[in-house]
Structures are given as C-alpha cells and as structure tokens.
Design a protein around this ligand. Structure first.
Ligand code: BES
Ligand code: ZN
Length: 737
C-alpha cells in the first residue's frame, strides 16, 4: 500500500505562478470528452524563488498534447509525477495549452465531470478540477474563465457554465456550441458545467442597486411545478443579504440545477449552483414542513457563499471554516429572521450536540482550523461547519450587531477578489469592532468542548451575588494542557417572578455578557436584594458544556419562567435527563419505575401555557431521542434508555391525557394549507400532542389510522404514519402499504 501523503498547515506557501485567464473548450461525446485548456500564466511577484516550477495537478487524465507559447513540449520538457506534472515556465508571462481526454461515463468518483443519468455535471470542490484538466488545483489561484461547450443538440439541448452566456452557435453534425464568460476571478473549485435535457423555470429579481437579475432553475421535465418554494427562498435570500449586510448579487443570471444524482446537498459554483433535488423540489403532496425549511436554509446557504466563499475565498483548504462556518452562521441568521429565532436556535444546538460534541470528544477531534489532512473530502465535518458557525456567533456576541456589521464591511473592503485566511477575518473583526480578540483566537486552534463549572454565592448582608466560572478543556488527540479561552457568557439574574434584575448601573439593561479569560473567573453583582436564579449562557452563547449545579426546583422554575426561550427548553432537557437517570437506576435495582409527580406538574404547566410560541411548547414536549439521551450519560445502557423513555412518555400521556387531547383538537388543520411559521408551529404542536395520544388512546390504532387517512398534507401524513409504524397492528401495515 502506498503511504498516505499528509499535508500540513505550517507548510503553506503562496503559489509561485498565477493563472490570470483560463479558456476551456470542452467537446462532449457519448463515451468521452475532449478538454482543450489555454492557461495564461505569470510569475507571482510576491514570491522570490530564483527558479520556480509550476505543479499542475491531474488525475485520471489522458494527456494528448501540451505546448508552451506555441511550442509543443515532449515528455522530456516536463516531469511526470504521481498526481500531476511539473513544468518550468520561465520568467515571462506565458501561455500553456493542454489537451486531455476524459471519460465522464466511467467516472464514479463523484468528482470532476461525470454523468448523472443522462446529464453531464461537475463537482470540483474540493479537489475535483484536476480530473478535468491539468491545473494548479488550489484555491489561492484565481482566474477569469471563458468556457465553450460543444455537444449534441437533441440529447443535450441545455449547456451551462458559470457567468454570462455570450454566444450560441450551430457546430455542424447535429451539434451546437455555447460560450460562457465569468467576469469574476475564481478558484477552480467553483468551476461548473452542466449539459443535458432539462426544463427551465424562470423568474427575475431586482437588486437594491436597481439591476435586474434573471433567475433560472433547471430541473427534470415534469418537475417545473415543484420549484416555487425554492424560487421564493432564493429571492428572500437575495433581499436578506442586501438588508443585513449590504451585499448585492453581482452577475446578471443566477442559475440552479437540481439533480437526483448529486452526492452532497448542494454546491455554490459561481452563478451556477448544483443542488440535490431534495433541496429544491417541493409541493404539499410531497414535502413536509421540515423539507420546506431545509430548502429555504440550503438555498440561502449556497446563495450567501457568493460573497463568503466566492468573492472572498480561501487560500488553502485548512481555511475551510472561513467560508463554511461563516456561511452556516449566515444561513442560520437568515432562517432566524424569516421564521422563529428561538426554534431555529434550539434546532441548531440539538444538531451541534448530536453531531459535533461527540466528534469533539472522540478520536476524530480536531480544531475548526485543522493542522493537517490527508483526504480533504473527509474534512467537511460538523466541527468545521457547526462549531465554526458557533465561533462566528461568539464574535457576533462580543462585538454586538453593529460592530459585527462593521467587521464584515471591512473584511469585504480588504479582501474582495482575494484568497485569505480565518486570521484575516478575525483581524477585520478586531480592527472594526475595537475589541482585542487575541485570546479568543484559541477557538481556531484548540479542539475539544470546554466544560464550565459554575459556583454561585449570595451574601444577603452585603446584598452581593457572585458567580464563579471555572473552565477546563478536555485533552484531545495530539493536544493536551490547553490554555483557557475567552468565552462570552450572556446571562440574566431572575427574581422570584422570573423577571430579569437590572444589571450594571443601567437599570434598563438586564442582560450582560461578561467574558471568561482565566481558567477561574469571578463576577460580582451588587445591590441584589434576594437570591436570584441565574439564567446562564442565554441563547447558548458559547459551544460549551455547563454544570451550574441547579436544583430540581430551580430547573423547574427556569423551565416555566425563563424569558430566554432557549434556556426554558434547555432546563426541560436537563430535567428529563435526570428523570431518565433516576428511572434507569430504579431498573438496575430491580424496582418498579415511578414517575416524578413534580415533572408531570411542570409539563402540565407547559401544556397549558397559552402565552408561549406553539413551536417552543412542542420542542419542550419533545423528549430527547434515545441517542441524545445516551450522548449525555456516563455509560450507555441501550435497553434501559429505551424502556425509561417509553415509560416516561406513557406516564405523561396518561397523566395529562385530557390536555393533550385539547391541544390536539384546538390545533387541527382548518382552512387551506399554508406554510407560514405560525401554521408550521401549530402543526408541530398538534402532531407532538398526537405522539402522546398515540400511546394511550383506547383502540389507539383506529384513532391514528383515521387521522392518517384524513391527512391532507405530507407533514401530517408522515407524522401519523410514523406513530402507526411504531405500533404492532394490522392497521400499521395497511398504512405502510
Ligand atoms: N461547499 C459545500 C458543498 C460541498 C460539500 C462540496 C462537501 C464539497 C464537499 C456547500 O456549500 C455545503 O456546505 N453544502 C451542504 C449544505 C449546507 C446547507 C450546509 C451540503 O451539501 O450538505
Ligand atoms: Zn457551504
């Protein structure tokens, strides 16, 4: 076996040669494609290497010809390496021409140019462009592209690449040719080509600058009527980025191709996104509320990359979080602004805890800016993406909304059209926001989820309240003895009625963000008359594990009264977890399980709460999955968790049956199906209530089956089907059939 080649961040060097222009002439045939590449090359002024060479990556390419400034090169003029060729272009700018033959139909790597059914398409991120032609396949080489595509007219009526369509012509022999020009320099990972027989759905958008952008979705014939939601989401995304960050779209066309055979979710190729069709196509008969929300989020995500990723890109793949962490943060904010912020936050934290926390605690733990990699495709991780987004969110918290916006403005002002690093981003934030982020930078290099222990003390005589935060960062592979990090703790102190006490000297300001710098840090609050219950890390202000030592009573108080929706939900999670642990303990001792009446009371309060957002109530009533429970336990007894969870839900269902029934009936579908946030919240609450009713209803299968038959949208259909599938009943089989 050949030894894997490890690449290190510390070895990064800027390229010795740059490619200003790329001309691609691509001929598509049934069993192969011919790629003619013309590269305009020049020395990189910033590099002082007396005799530099240019490495052109290439994989599974048949090199038919190569010439430099018009002179054919023989194999003696360049060095053939395992994964490419090495040429010596000399001092003056030059033109390198390459012809390669490739076999898209045989390409099953899902990188480069391949076939998805009868459609040609490309996926070049991270290192797929090297399967199309020899090229310095690294994101810090940015070029302007002109692309000509020639193919059979009837089989491939639609030919697409990045940028603007500048010409269409007949090419003889039943073939046609198009030419696209992309005026913006881009790294080759953003190159895209699509050729096939696709239907087009068109709309338009007028930017804040008054420019009309034509929006085009390319889908399979027959799917034209499933694009409306994605189209609306795209227009919303465009408006949102203008309003929130002052960022307008820069080309005259925005194209999205939807295909069933796309490996990832979606890809942000400049002006020509390629999507898995599940993130585009939707109709009430085929899509659930969750599908609609996912589509909006993914459309937004790829659109937002146009500025964070494409206009400003990465200098190497070690910087992946620069575009992915930041863009995930941006799509989260977009969804929060268009839907319910609290619910979005809860959902995102659930994802983080379920996917990233285990990663950070296991053998694969790595910092959001990794130090080394072998296969880049394995580095699209929850850490780079989701923890990366949390790190951006903390910067947002530290700088405030306006400071963050200033930082973004400065970032684009400095780096538009450049390939940069996370450090460049942090420096922009620091300079614009007027904050010192030197210690904060450790978040980029240290792996592991910090653990925070909180000690609380109230001194009634001095009317003083102190909070002591102690942080430890667990060892991770290759990293021990970590330094304490700067951690924003958004907090409130709640009085007996759940009202936030005024903090600082400003009585209107009831929320405070102290920051932890030391391993142990004390915060003292003066003028506190009675012992408060602290609401800590509000909105999950940092991706950490917290042990605040709350009593049962305090957790129930927070669950009922906290004005921070996230913390209300989180208090319920902790309560449920401790109840589960209690049940598991009873089981181990061979005792019969008993349900804690105080918990039933707490859930009853929640069910009867008419003030709170319905989606929040539904979230609180949703018992963590077995996996989520297991992730937070010392040891995992699969069977015990399963039994405890069932017992817990059944006990709640029996004790609060009437309330569940009322909630269910009061939130039934009435009127036409709509997918606004309020309707989605109502459906979510109704189906959550039904999930409990399905556990106790006399002759429950008939009841749920009846709901299943009457369900008029996919959300209700799938929910009722899921409850039925959990029953051993003949009606479940009928429904599944
Ligand atoms: N740039 C990625 C697509 C990608 C992923 C390319 C992996 C190469 C390897 C894109 O922006 C992305 O992150 N897509 C996500 C969805 C997104 C909403 C997080 C995906 O494909 O899952
Ligand atoms: Zn992305």
């Amino acid at each position: 076996m050949k030894k894997p080649l490890i690449k290190y961040l510390k070895d990064y060097r800027p390229p010795a040669f740059l490619v200003d222009r790329v001309n691609l002439d691509i001929d598509l045939f049934d069993d192969h494609a011919l790629v003619n590449a013309t590269l305009e090359i020049r020395r990189n002024e910033d590099i002082s290497d007396p005799s530099p060479s240019l490495f052109l990556d290439g994989r599974e390419l048949e090199l038919l010809s190569i010439d430099l400034d018009g002179t054919p090169l023989t194999s003696a003029d360049y060095e053939t390496k395992e994964e490419g060729i090495l040429v010596k272009p000399g001092k003056k700018p030059c033109v390198l021409k390459l012809t390669t033959r490739i076999y898209p139909r045989e390409n099953t790597s899902l990188e480069g140019l391949y076939m998805a059914g009868d459609t040609f398409l490309t996926q070049c991120e991270a290192e797929g462009f090297r399967r199309i032609t020899y090229f310095p396949d690294r994101p810090d080489v940015m070029s302007r592209y002109t692309v000509r595509i020639t193919a059979d007219k009837t089989r491939y009526p639609v030919l697409l690449s990045n940028g603007d369509l500048v010409s269409t012509e007949d090419a003889g022999n039943g073939r046609h040719r198009v030419c696209f020009e992309d005026p913006f320099p881009k790294p080759c990972y953003l190159f895209a080509l699509v050729a096939g027989d696709l239907a087009c759905v068109e709309d338009r958008y007028v930017t804040q600058e008054g420019k009309t952008v034509s929006l085009k979705f390319f889908v399979d014939h027959g799917d034209e009527d499933k694009c409306a939601h994605a189209m609306e989401s795209l227009k919303k995304s465009m408006r949102w980025d203008e309003e929130t960050f002052g960022l307008c779209y820069d080309l005259s066309t925005y194209m999205i191709v939807a295909t069933h055979a796309f490996n990832a979710g979606a890809m942000e190729n400049k002006g020509l996104n390629i999507f898995n069709s599940k993130y585009v196509l939707a109709r009430p008969e085929t899509a659930t509320d969750t599908d609609y929300q996912l589509i909006e989020g993914v459309i937004g995500h790829e659109y937002f990359h146009n500025w964070t990723g494409n206009r400003v890109t990465l200098n190497s793949w070690f910087q992946l979080s620069l575009k992915e962490g930041l863009t995930v943060f941006r799509d989260q904010e977009f969804s929060s602004d268009t839907g319910s912020r609290a619910i979005k936050r809860i959902t995102d934290v659930r994802t983080l805890r379920a996917g990233q926390f285990p990663e950070d605690a296991g053998p694969m733990a790595h910092p959001i800016r990794p130090e080394s990699y072998i296969e880049m495709n394995n580095f699209y991780t929850a850490t780079v993406y989701n923890k990366g987004a949390e790190v951006i969110r903390m910067i947002h918290t530290l700088l405030g909304k306006d400071g963050f916006r200033k930082g973004m403005d400065l970032y684009f002002q400095r780096f538009d059209g450049k390939a940069v690093t996370t450090e460049d981003f942090v420096k922009s934030m620091e300079d614009a926001g007027g904050v010192d982020l030197s210690q904060f930078r450790l978040w980029y290099s240290q792996a592991g989820t910090p653990r925070i222990r909180v000690e609380r003390q109230f001194d009634p005589k001095a009317r003083a309240y102190t909070l002591v935060f102690e942080q430890t960062i667990p060892d991770t592979p290759g990293q021990t003895d970590k330094r304490p990090m700067r951690i924003p703790v958004t907090l409130s102190l709640l009085d007996g009625n759940g009202k936030a006490l005024p903090l600082d000297s400003n009585p209107g300001h009831a929320e405070k963000t102290p920051v932890n710098r030391e391993a142990r840090e004390t915060f003292r609050f003066e003028n506190i008359a009675e012992e408060p219950v602290p609401s800590l890390f509000r909105g999950f202000s940092a991706p950490v594990n917290v042990d605040a030592g709350y009593s049962h009573e305090e957790l129930m108080f927070l669950m009922a009264h906290d004005t921070d929706a996230f913390n209300r939900w989180d208090a319920a999670q902790v309560l449920v977890l401790s109840a589960m642990n209690g049940l598991i303990e009873l089981r181990r001792m061979g005792k019969t399980p008993v349900m804690d009446q105080r918990l039933i009371d707490a859930f009853e309060k929640t069910l009867l709460d008419t003030e709170a957002d319905k989606a929040l109530i539904a979230q609180i009533l949703t018992i963590p999955t077995e996996t989520e429970l297991g992730d937070r336990m010392e040891s995992i007894d699969v069977e015990a968790i399963h039994e405890a969870r069932d017992f817990f839900m059944e006990s709640l269902a029996k004790a609060l049956y009437v309330h569940f029934r009322n909630v269910f009936e009061n939130n039934r579908e009435s009127g036409p199906y709509t997918i606004d946030p309020a309707s989605m919240a109502r459906r979510k609450l109704k189906n959550t209530a039904l999930s409990y009713l399905a556990l106790v209803e006399y002759n429950r299968a008939d009841f749920v089956f009846n709901e299943f038959t009457q369900a008029a949208n996919m959300t209700d259909k799938l929910a009722t089907l899921t409850f039925l599938a959990d029953m051993e009943h003949e009606l479940a089989d009928r429904a599944l059939d």
